[in-house]
Design a protein around this ligand. Structure first.
Ligand SMILES: NC(=O)c1ccc[n+]([C@@H]2O[C@H](COP(=O)([O-])OP(=O)(O)OC[C@H]3O[C@@H](n4cnc5c(N)ncnc54)[C@H](O)[C@@H]3O)[C@@H](O)[C@H]2O)c1
Length: 418
């Protein structure tokens, strides 16, 4: 861990909560270890993936590793981006009476979340909508094995599945510690085929996970906080993973974007994305995510492009409540500035500005296709994500959300006015 991850001697480290997969195996080539690892969980596995992945050499390697270890494999290769509910139900229906001991998600966040929801429905039945929201999953699911092929969502470690429901305007989430995968196999070689735009969108979303987890609201320590809430806010244990992740991203996300074959950069970014998942899985995200949901519904632009575009403006809004944390982020990103804590905090925000720019994430909502007339509705709808709004370190009301969205629309980095 970086030196700045150590809480100051005088500071109260507060509550620490960490919820994790039972095992995480990280490293180049570790997909070949899947057979032996999965055989320790069960003998029949459903693999949820998508058509692009199923046509590739890596899929065949994974299948061979499983079958060589005596695991019987059933494949669902029709996972769709953004995970529409109908596709999830089709997969469960097609499985029919076939029994499986585990569900393996192989692909980007959509395939991992597919595996989570299918495993949930196989264990508890019903419809996905029965479980929308927090802590509504009644018990353990069929074990999930997560094998990410993008470095971004961190879903391999999170208690969340995000899906698209045509009855809802915005994407919906199911959040429960029961959704945390049993096993995560994180092999950076699987990301070598990600084109730069996907590397950027996924990677910058992980940056937002790391920053929002590290700067989330800090709740009063209570004996019930860790059991009542899935997302408890800033806490001592995820502070360490978040700072470590941001440090890796600052060093390697631009390298992975410009040089997709750089093995060290790919490994750094994948590890940082995993840290992002671990951090957000307990701390939770905040305003940038709340504002992105209506923007995503409106513009159909990748989630990471929206959250990444918004982050510099959200940080400026949150600055008064997070001076020390932004200064720590600057240090973790290798920015050394002398001066007051406020100077160092500003340097932290500017380091994030530079990282967003380095991977060509749009710097204004206008570039994402938002019109000025959309801004009031975006601000209003962002408040519907109560969990995210309440997790922000500064009060986010409609006026504040509109101010952030307006600054992001105009590209006004002098926001808020001094
Ligand atoms: N569960 C969570 O904790 C969590 C967190 C953040 C986001 N999400 C969700 O995850 C989804 C986004 O996931 P994503 O960004 O990983 O993208 P994705 O899974 O939606 O995939 C996007 C596209 O990238 C392709 N792709 C995936 N891996 C590739 C590779 N190695 N090479 C080339 N192409 C590849 C896919 O085939 C697909 O066409 C969204 O639905 C989002 O809401 C979930």
């Amino acid at each position: 861990m970086t030196a700045s991850a150590v809480p100051s001697a005088s500071g109260d480290p507060g509550l620490g909560v960490l919820r994790l997969p039972r095992a995480i195996v990280l490293g180049a080539g570790q997909r070949h270890a899947l057979g032996a690892l999965v055989a320790g969980i069960g003998r029949r596995v459903l693999v949820c993936t998508d058509e692009r992945m199923a046509a590739g050499a890596e899929f065949e390697q994974v299948r061979a590793s499983l079958t060589d270890a005596g695991v019987r494999v059933t494949v669902w290769a029709h996972t769709e981006p953004e995970l529409p509910v109908a596709g999830i139900l089709r997969c469960v229906e097609q499985l029919g009476s076939t029994t499986v001991d585990a569900v393996l998600g192989l692909g980007g966040g959509s395939c991992l979340d597919m595996a989570k929801v299918v495993a949930l429905l196989l264990a508890h039945g019903g419809q996905p909508s029965d479980y929308y929201g927090e802590n509504r999953v009644p018990g353990p699911t069929v074990p999930v094995i997560a094998v990410p092929t993008t470095a971004g969502t961190g879903s391999e470690a999170t208690p969340v599945a995000v899906l698209g429901d045509p009855d809802r305007e915005m994407k919906v989430g199911i959040s429960s510690p029961h959704l945390i995968p049993h096993l995560a196999v994180v092999d950076p070689e699987l990301t070598y085929t990600c084109p730069p735009a996907l590397t950027a969108a996924a990677g910058i979303d992980a940056v937002v996970h790391l920053v929002e987890s590290f700067t989330a609201v800090r709740r009063d320590r209570s004996p019930t906080l860790a059991s009542e809430r899935v997302f408890i806010g800033k806490n001592a244990l995820t502070d360490a993973t978040a700072l470590q992740g941001i440090s890796l991203m600052a060093r390697s996300l631009p390298v992975a974007y410009h040089n997709p074959e750089d093995a060290q950069a790919r490994q750094d970014v994948m590890l940082a994305a995993l840290y992002g998942g671990i951090s957000l899985g307990t701390a939770g995200t905040a305003a940038a995510h709340a504002l992105q949901y209506p923007i995503g519904a409106l513009t159909h632009t990748p989630h990471g492009m929206g959250t990444g575009c918004l982050l510099p403006y959200v940080m400026r809004f949150n600055l008064p409540a997070r001076v020390e944390e932004f200064a720590q982020l600057a240090a973790a990103m290798g920015v050394t500035v002398s001066g007051t804590a406020a100077d160092r905090a500003r340097a932290g925000i500017e380091a994030i500005d530079a990282l967003v720019k380095a991977v060509n994430v749009p710097s204004t909502l206008r570039e994402l296709g938002v019109q000025r007339a959309d801004l009031p509705a975006i601000a209003r709808h962002s408040l519907a994500s109560v969990r995210l709004v309440e997790n922000n370190p500064r009060t986010l009301d409609e006026q504040a959300a509109l101010a952030i969205a307006t600054a992001a629309f105009e590209g006004d980095l002098s926001f808020p006015a001094p």
